[in-house]
Design a protein around this ligand. Structure first.
Ligand code: ADP
Length: 712
């Protein structure tokens, strides 16, 4: 009944009860006291699993129920967006309509106005601010999850600009953040009340492995001897934990090592094999069969049967789900994971092993990570309601005292990453193209609301970068001067901003594009853009160098763009890297098997997925640019390339893959059997299709249903 005091609807309180929530915890109470329901901006800085999501959810419910308002929930990653979307789906019981939007940067999505609550990625909402759907003025509250991302070089500036623009509206802003060093500074910036609370529902005990004495020293004085059986502290601690029935999540900064260590540990898991629930195991392994890669299936099947797994961005989404589920259901006793990915997923463990060292390619040596990075990993320890407490153990400290410095260390402040040319040229063009700002003064006025301005007060430093950026945009024909420091976007500038491409990507493409060249040339135009390069899968230097000769030959023949004319080794190397990436994508669209690609380039199926996703987006976006410029031929070529990248097929299969359930493999099977188009398919008896490999009765039924719907 305590929940009633806050004026939340009864139906919602019932729903919370069913989730086991009968009263607010200290952080949540404090948020309410500071004005959560009184339209106050709030910044909540509290540890993982302290119930921050519920704070956001309550604000969304309170703001939108019985009102014509829209509540927005923003997250940094797509995977997180769908996780939250499914969580909020439950609110439909209250009559609220829940929507999600993550990709499709060019759609103004007026239909989203039908929803009460919309989950979106930062990027997608940023794109919506340019497209200005009518429902923007009905937003009542914006919840920003992972607010500390403001300090991220990639996503930080996007978030900063979103907030800067929201600050001049009356929208309530609720920031949710892991513990950070300077929450007061950030709170002041967003005119927010600060809720800074170390409350954790499960206590956290931190410790360091002292390698000299083979002992874990916990901050509370406890010591635990570790018996040395295998190579490496992380493996020994893992093995010993598992023998005492404790699950471990091991963070490893190097992706290759997550796999290597998982295999090493699995050699010692023979004794535990009989402890695994056979039913659950076979269920999990059944789900794994959906993975698109044989190699991935084989590795994980072997490991999971022995209670071990790895988790990193190279995994296919199927495999990722299987590993997370297997760990939650305690079939998997140890997971070796890279931190970037695990930061987003809900994967708590009783014991977390943390590495505080990482190789820096820039400095070419191992460096220590930041204290807040350590704290975020450590925060994963302890599962609410299951564990009496969680344990985080640093396993690679050079010395006991170094490890203790991390445990007792002061969190670094989060700072603005806005002042770089890439961010500024993207956002300046967006401001001008959406007519949010038409003069230099108006542009500067928007920047006055950024964290950058709050940090420096004086914008002189930013202004010099602004000058460079405006000059570039003028040079590239994306904006025009209207005199008196005024600017307007050209057609090229407007379409560039709408596609959400980096203006530099568009400019590079236009400078290098040629007619009478093949797919490989176009693919390389795509892989040379900064939009591709910043999220490209990692292909090792050694591998890239193997293709140098081939690249030089092809460029001599004009089959790929020429190497850069500068004598900068870095530029040359980027060109080579782009070539190998283009070659990989070229194989993908020519139906080379996924496993063959994965093995040849030493990448994972998840990498192929994200590479083709990015490349397909860029190709489609460039196609729209060409269309606006009146180059229909190129526009069509790029459009087709975009679809081929999405499905991984040759041109003749594009028609068939439009059907749900038909991917690259099944489409080729059909074509080989003389069924080359949808029309052919209509004219083939179902029994013939069913006799083909990979076509079950259920699929065939659905295909004919889809064909019928198309005819109607
Ligand atoms: P955060 O977003 O801070 O990482 P979550 O929102 O994921 O934390 O909350 C962790 C868990 O605690 C969730 O399972 C949630 O349902 C539960 N929880 C949150 N608030 C309460 C509460 N007041 N009482 C009981 N359980 C709660």
């Amino acid at each position: 009944e305590k929940l009633l005091e806050y004026g939340l609807p009864r139906t919602y309180i019932e729903l919370l009860k069913n989730r086991g929530i009968t009263k607010l915890n200290p952080v949540q109470k404090s948020a309410v006291k500071k004005g959560l329901f009184n339209n106050k901006n709030l910044l909540v800085s509290a540890p993982t699993a302290s119930g921050k999501t519920l704070i956001g959810e309550m604000a969304l419910v309170h703001n939108t129920i019985n009102k014509d308002m829209i509540g927005l929930y923003l997250v940094p990653l797509r995977a997180l967006a769908s996780e939250k979307y499914y969580e909020f789906k439950e609110l439909e019981k209250l009559g609220l309509r829940i929507g999600i939007t993550t990709g499709d940067y060019e759609s103004p999505a007026e239909y989203l106005g039908r929803y009460n609550i919309v989950v979106a990625t930062y990027e997608r909402f940023d794109s919506l601010l340019r497209l200005k759907p009518r429902w923007l003025n009905r937003i009542g509250v914006i919840v920003v999850d992972e607010f500390h991302m403001i300090g991220d070089p990639e996503r930080g500036p996007i978030l900063e600009m979103i907030i800067a623009r929201m600050l001049s509206s009356r929208v309530q802003i609720i920031g949710l953040s892991a513990t950070i060093g300077n929450p007061d500074v950030l709170a002041e910036w967003v005119n927010a009340e600060l809720v800074d609370d170390p409350y954790r529902p499960v206590e956290l005990v931190e410790g360091v492995y002292d390698k000299k004495n083979h002992v874990i020293v916990f901050e509370d004085g406890r010591r635990k001897k570790i018996i040395h059986r295998i190579g490496g502290a992380a493996l020994n601690i893992s093995l010993q934990s598992i023998s005492s029935g404790i699950q471990v999540l091991v963070f490893v900064h190097n992706r290759r090592k997550t796999e290597e260590w998982a295999f090493k540990l699995s050699e010692h898991m023979g004794l535990f094999k009989h402890l695994i629930d056979k039913n659950k195991l076979s269920q999990i392994l059944e789900e794994l069969k959906e993975s698109p890669s044989r190699l991935e299936r084989e590795k994980l099947e072997y490991l999971i049967s022995r209670g071990v797994a790895f988790h990193h961005a190279g995994l296919s989404s199927v495999a990722r789900r299987v590993v997370e589920k297997g760990f939650r259901e305690r079939i998997i006793r140890a997971v070796f994971a890279t931190p970037t990915l695990a930061a987003g997923v809900n994967l708590p463990a009783r014991r977390v092993l943390v590495s505080i060292k990482r190789y820096s390619p820039v400095r070419r040596r191992t460096v220590n990570i930041a204290v807040y990075e350590y704290k975020q990993m450590a925060g994963r320890a302890g599962r609410p309601t299951y564990d009496p407490y969680g344990e985080a153990i640093i396993y690679d400290a050079s010395s006991l005292s170094e490890g203790m410095r991390f445990i007792r260390g002061r969190l670094e402040p989060i700072t603005s990453k806005l002042n770089n040319e890439r961010s500024l040229r993207i956002h300046v063009l967006a401001l001008i193209a959406s007519r949010h700002a038409n003069t230099l003064d108006e542009i500067i006025n928007v920047f006055k609301n950024t964290l950058f301005a709050a940090e420096y007060r004086d914008l002189a430093y930013l202004k010099s970068t602004l000058d460079i950026v405006l000059d570039d945009l003028l040079d590239w024909g994306m904006i025009k001067s209207t005199g008196n420091n005024g600017f307007v976007a050209t057609r090229l500038g407007s379409i560039t901003s709408i596609t959400y491409l980096d203006p530099l990507s568009v400019n590079r493409y236009l400078e290098n594009v040629k007619d009478n060249v093949g797919d490989l040339y176009y693919l390389m135009l795509i892989t040379q853009t900064p939009d591709y390069l910043r999220s490209k899968p990692y292909i090792s230097n050694k591998l890239v160098e193997l293709y140098e000769e081939e690249a030089l030959e092809l460029s001599d023949e004009g089959i790929i763009p020429e190497p850069p004319k500068t004598f900068d080794y870095y530029d040359y190397y980027t060109w080579l890297q782009s070539f190998v990436q283009a070659k990989m994508l070229h194989e993908w669209i020519n139906e080379v098997g996924e496993d063959e690609i994965v093995e040849k380039y030493s990448i994972g199926p998840g990498d192929v997925y994200s590479a083709r996703d990015t490349a397909s987006w860029i190709a489609g976006a460039l196609s729209r640019v060409e269309k606006v410029l009146g180059n229909t031929f190129r526009a069509n070529k790029l459009e087709k390339l975009s679809l081929r990248l999405e499905y991984g097929v040759k041109e003749d299969a594009l028609e068939l893959v439009e059907l749900q359930g038909i991917g690259r493999v099944r489409a080729r099977t059909l074509i080989k059997n003389g069924i080359k188009s949808l029309k052919d398919l209509v004219n083939t008896p179902p029994s013939k299709i069913e006799s083909l490999p990979g076509f079950g009765p259920r699929l065939v039924r659905s295909l004919y249903e889809q064909l019928r719907e198309r005819r109607d």
